[in-house]
Design a binder for this molecule. Structure first.
Ligand SMILES: Nc1ncnc2c1ncn2[C@@H]1O[C@H](COP(=O)(O)OP(=O)(O)OP(=O)(O)O)[C@@H](O)[C@H]1O
Length: 533
């Protein structure tokens, strides 16, 4: 039975504008190439229009298989077709050299069969004779090549006695076969490059993963790995690194990682929290002092810079560095020398500086609180650490890590249920990993049951979280009374509150801090800030 498409284009109609049809076909096909680089769509349209516009029917694109036939010969199969049934497509498998299609594959030369009934090589493999029109049917098969090698065949049937010249069909099919080859080449190239990039990406991820483990960093979210990749890139150099990120986001851990990843790893790593040092002591702490430099300076003392000689000096909260010291720091960074307080001798120091801040230093520069020249000197390699809510996919792994650490430390056996982990993932963590760590520590210490679900966890979450999670309003049951306070800003407590807590605990800062739900570090930072105000 002839396909409907055999009829219109085969009707001897002198008025058919064949050039117009060819042009339309090319325009449509090229428009598709322009829109999408998915070859399958282009091939389908190409085979469809060959039939609809030019009467080149049952077109198919036969492509080489990656696998060899059982007897070791190469083979190919119909991959794209128009006007073939599913069964006809499935039958369209050819070995190298087998039948007309196989010959084109093995020779790389076109084949024009004027009459399929008169050609002994013609197999009728895909489309049986009875399915073709009763007239004399021709078969055209052209090789499709990629980088000079035959990878397929573009073939179709054609009623032999037609108005349109065979040579015109051949010329057009040659163009289409070339285009098919180009598209396949492009597809191969993209696939190859994608494969290479994916392999490289996987290797980098594995490397970063083991690097993360080396530095005690948990998590493999893209923003964390990105920060880690930047760290690995700069660690070998001497460049000053500026770590930017919210409080508790891991700046200190990263600073240690910069040190550990650098050739200075066996030398000292000195950490200084600029927010925790009274201004009057700052200079002597940082640059050291000579004997008698000030009242009480009984002996000479090397400052942190000298202590960090050949190693790394980590200045945390660099934004809190007093202005007067900023210029002195800049001089030391530029010249590699310092003069101790009360001294006159220049001491040479070889120190790699890592600084960190949660502040917007550029704004501090504008406001005149931070020296612009020092800012530029520090900002050579800025690395931004993502906040925990920017990498929620890491929360689960970090939480489980903290649970197992706290269990070991306190000889407990507490586990988090799936809904508790989901609640942790949903929280915004303004205090980042430190807040998560503190919370887990409390959960492990205070949980009544070994398996902690979301409801039990709620008691340990900050106030607004519990309010949002509670189904109905009403008084809080005693069992849900808050055990932790909300994460507090640096100005969260008045001087009086801090002093009262200290008094209540007889000057024990650790206990005073605990009573306010703060870490010792947070407490002393607030106390100092409050006293300076
Ligand atoms: N990726 C991580 N995996 C596991 N633990 C982490 C990770 N990042 C940070 N931590 C832990 O979280 C806590 C807070 O980290 P860190 O002290 O480095 O933060 P920070 O940004 O320096 O905070 P601040 O700005 O308040 O000084 C530490 O106990 C640290 O060990």
């Amino acid at each position: 039975m002839p396909s409907p498409a055999d009829l219109p284009a085969d009707r001897p109609d002198a008025a058919t504008d064949w050039r117009g049809q060819e042009l339309l076909l090319m325009r449509q096909v090229m428009a598709l190439v322009g829109r999408s680089l998915a070859p399958a769509d282009v091939f389908h349209e190409m085979l469809h229009l060959m039939s609809e516009l030019l009467g080149l029917n049952r077109g198919r694109l036969v492509l080489v298989d990656d696998d060899l036939a059982p007897d070791g010969t190469r083979q190919a199969a119909i991959r794209h077709a128009y006007g073939l049934t599913a069964a006809e497509r499935a039958r369209g498998r050819y070995r190298w050299g087998e039948g007309v299609t196989g010959r084109v594959l093995s020779s790389g030369l076109p084949a024009i069969v004027q009459d399929v009934d008169a050609e002994p090589l013609f197999l009728f493999r895909s489309v049986r004779r009875a399915q073709l029109p009763p007239q004399t049917v021709a078969f055209i098969a052209l090789p499709v090549a990629v980088r000079g090698a035959t990878v397929g065949v573009l073939a179709c049937h054609r009623i032999r006695s037609r108005q349109r010249h065979l040579n015109d069909d051949l010329a057009l099919l040659r163009i289409l076969a070339t285009l098919a080859g180009q598209l396949l080449e492009l597809e191969q190239l993209v696939a190859e490059q994608t494969r290479q990039l994916q392999a490289r990406n996987a290797a980098l991820e594995r490397a970063l993963d083991s690097a993360a483990a080396r530095y005690g960093l948990i998590g493999r979210s893209p923003p964390l790995l990105q920060a880690l990749a930047e760290l690995e890139r700069v660690s070998q150099s001497q460049a000053t690194v500026l770590l930017l990120g919210e409080s508790g986001s891991g700046k200190e851990l990263f600073a240690r990682a910069v040190h550990l990843a650098s050739p200075r790893r066996d030398q000292p790593f000195i950490k200084v929290n600029c927010a925790a040092i009274p201004e009057s002591l700052f200079e002597s702490e940082l640059f050291g002092h000579e004997r008698g430099a000030f009242t009480g300076a009984a002996g000479a003392r090397a400052g942190w810079f000298e202590q960090a000689h050949q190693g790394t000096l980590f200045l945390d909260e660099i934004g809190e560095l007093p202005l007067a010291l900023q210029s002195k720091l800049l001089r030391t960074l530029q010249e590699g020398t310092l003069v101790r307080l009360g001294g006159s001798r220049e001491v040479r120091v070889d120190v790699r500086l890592v600084a960190a801040t949660h502040r917007d230093l550029a704004r501090d520069v504008q406001a005149g609180r931070f020296r612009q020249d020092l800012y530029y000197r520090l900002n050579v390699v800025p690395i931004r650490l993502p906040s925990l809510r920017e990498r929620r996919e890491d929360i689960r792994a970090i939480a489980l890590h903290f649970v197992s650490r706290a269990n070991q430390a306190h000889q407990r056996n507490v586990h988090l249920a799936a809904d508790a982990l989901a609640a942790l993932e949903a929280h915004d963590w303004p205090g980042n990993i430190r807040e998560l760590g503190n919370l887990i520590e409390r959960v492990v210490l205070l949980a009544e049951d070994p398996l902690v679900g979301a409801a039990a966890l709620r008691r340990f979450m900050p106030e607004h979280e519990r309010a949002a999670a509670r189904p109905a309003s009403g008084p809080l049951p005693a069992s849900e009374a808050p055990l932790v306070r909300e994460y507090q800003s640096a100005q969260s407590h008045s001087v009086q509150a801090l002093r009262d807590a200290l008094a209540r605990h007889h000057g024990n800062q650790t206990r005073a801090a605990q009573s306010l739900g703060l870490t010792l570090r947070q407490f002393s930072y607030r106390l100092r800030k409050a006293q300076l105000r």
